[in-house]
Ligand binder design. Sequence first.
Ligand SMILES: [Zn+2]
Length: 364
Amino acid sequence: MLDRSFTLGRYAGIPVKVHWTFGLLFLFIIYIGVESHKTTLEQIFFILTFLTLFFCVVLHEYGHALTARLFNVHTRDIIISPIGGVARLERLPVKPKEELLVAIAGPMVNVVIAILCFIGIASFAGMEHFIFNEQSDQIDSFPKFVVAVFFINVVLFFFNLIPAFPMDGGRILRALLSMKLGKTKSTKIASIIGKMFAVGFMFYGLYISHYVLVVIGGFIFFMANTENKQVILEDRLHSTKIDDIKRSEYTTLYLHDKMEKAVNLSLQQQENNFLVADLEGKLIGILHNLFIRDAIQDKRTHEPVSTFTSTKFHVFTPDMSIYEARHKMNELGLSIVGVGNSEEELVGVIDHDSIVHFMRMTSR
Ligand SMILES: [Zn+2]
């Protein structure tokens, strides 16, 4: 329920989704718009301005997504929630320069929109529309509306450049630092700067009794922390080889073995996934721990291993990174793979458990 969102459409192959809480915000905005404005024209312009804000946020996210595409990074979707938009990239760009360009592309979209608005007003309506005063602080004409869109984009630009995760400014800062210091160290520094900003936000919010700032500060603090852990983990997954986490001691099951054997081994020795060999000892498949559980649940442990074997068997070379192995295993639906330079010379196995265990140890 909490992560429920609905898809508005798909442009350039990327689905644009709206989080359900955004629907609530929209209803609230309509309510405010109708309550606080006298004329229908003002009410319409108020709602139109909000919809344009939404549209500008979507365009901002497309800035990130389409730039990422230049570096072969796909975007799963763009999600808009009341606290902002996010383009969920399938992976982080690897090179600092790429990360920099992807991060900067979003705010640049806002700059372009702001410039277009400014040119439009300056050439067709006159600069006096930029001046708001007591009598004319409502948006009740098209030029006023364009001026509002101008200011919205200026605010979006500066807000996103705050140098703290998860704002673009945090990523830009990290990318710039990465060019000299490497990703892990840069993330640490960027994360500390982000947290200092967050704490500053919170104190300032308390000082001027603006509690929204306190909440935003808390949110930034939390995100800076999460992002830091995430990058450190990803770094370790990239730099550690599967050779370092392989199990050299492992049991191979045969097609004619009874499932009881797998169940017993799984209970005793914490081996939960197995390689399976045929009568000649040739490896031909794997036994997934989910199927072992099924066998227990359905009381089918007297049946042979062959009934539960998936005939997928892969061997990864020892120098493969855990990151790549994990990715490939997910893609191919493998719970265990052999480790070695060829099928005949296995030096061990790795399975889901080995990877999860490694990630848990690293995240501590
Ligand atoms: Zn952005």
